[in-house]
Write a protein that binds this ligand. Structure first.
Ligand code: PLP
Length: 305
């Protein structure tokens, strides 16, 4: 259960958590027309707090609106300021920040062009894939549900209605006793997971599906690509198959919620030694150094609260 926090930013003002409601005629509730973000605010090692890559997340939120032809009521700068204001108003030193912009009520039906509504709830969200997942790794299974064909889903956006397939894939693998679903594209190549991007390592080379495949352009993915190249690692944005995953020495997932989570098993095949490998661990250290404010080179990725 999400533990209620104090205030939610709704259409320009902070309201009490219990009053942050929408009308049943909200268009997005029926048709999924909306875009959202998942962002983390971290407690830094100096005791202050900062939001990780806020600008990049808000840009992707607006990319979603553009794809959907939803007119924003606020600017990107205003939404960034509202995220900071909401975290502050709730007095949390670490939390998950979820801006969402969606078509409100008014007209019904597919041709409606109702006003865009905006909300920003924040709450405490610990290890998304379970306690110990980031440290010990998880068990993944390839889902029977595919990622969208690029002319079916608008994959560059984090679009509300598109999460139906992710939910189905996640449920399918949880019911079968696994932790996360690997999703293939409609040509059969590995795309991403239900809520994370995927990286696979063989013989010291790191592979991740390219950005023109049907994957969400993950902000954590981008950070890991940047950090790996700074560490002189050989990282290639290339397609790969599910059986290539079985043969890898290391596999890990990236996402705001999941951070960098190692995968120790795919489809009941042990990955490498069945525990987080050395390249994954180096990247985890580099990533957590950045988000905790211990790497000056990426201080610009942190927005103080
Ligand atoms: C389908 C999907 N892929 C990848 C990601 C990872 O993206 P990010 O690192 O920006 O959180 C997410 C989470 O937002 C997601 O929902």
């Amino acid at each position: 259960m999400v533990e209620p926090t104090k205030k939610v930013w709704m259409d320009g003002k902070l309201v009490d958590w219990k009053d942050a409601n929408v009308h049943i005629m909200t268009h997005a509730l029926h048709y999924g027309i909306g875009a959202f973000e998942g962002i983390r605010c971290y407690k830094l090692s100096n005791g202050k707090s900062a939001i990780f890559r806020l600008k990049r997340h808000v840009r992707r939120l607006f990319d979603g609106l553009k794809i959907l032809m939803l007119d924003p009521v606020y600017t990107q700068e205003e939404i960034m300021a509202a995220c900071v204001e909401t975290v502050r108003a709730n007095g949390l030193d670490e939390c998950y920040v979820r801006p969402i912009m969606y078509m409100g009520d008014g007209e019904m039906g597919l041709s409606a062009r109702n006003k865009t509504r905006t909300a920003i709830p924040v709450w405490k969200w610990g290890a998304y894939l379970g306690n110990g997942a980031v440290e010990n790794g998880i068990r993944a299974r390839v889902s029977s549900f595919n990622r969208y064909h690029v002319n079916v889903g608008m994959v560059q956006g984090k679009i509300v209605g598109q999460y139906v397939t992710s939910v189905l894939a996640k449920r399918e693998v949880l019911l079968a006793g696994y932790d996360e679903a690997v999703m293939l594209d409609t040509a059969g190549y590995v795309a991403e997971c239900s809520g994370e991007n995927i990286f696979a390592i063989r013989d010291g080379i790191i592979y991740t599906p390219p950005i023109n495949s049907p994957i969400l352009p993950g902000v954590t993915r981008d950070a890991v690509v940047t950090l790996a190249r700074e560490l002189d690692m050989d990282l290639r944005e290339e397609k790969f198959t599910r059986d290539f995953l079985y043969l890898c020495d290391e596999v890990f997932l990236t996402g705001t919620a999941a951070e960098i989570t190692p995968v120790r098993e795919v489809d009941d095949r042990k990955i490498g030694a069945g525990k987080p490998g050395p390249i994954t661990q180096r990247l985890q250290k580099a990533f957590f150094d950045v988000v905790r404010g211990n790497d000056e080179r990426h201080a610009r990725w942190l927005t103080p609260v």
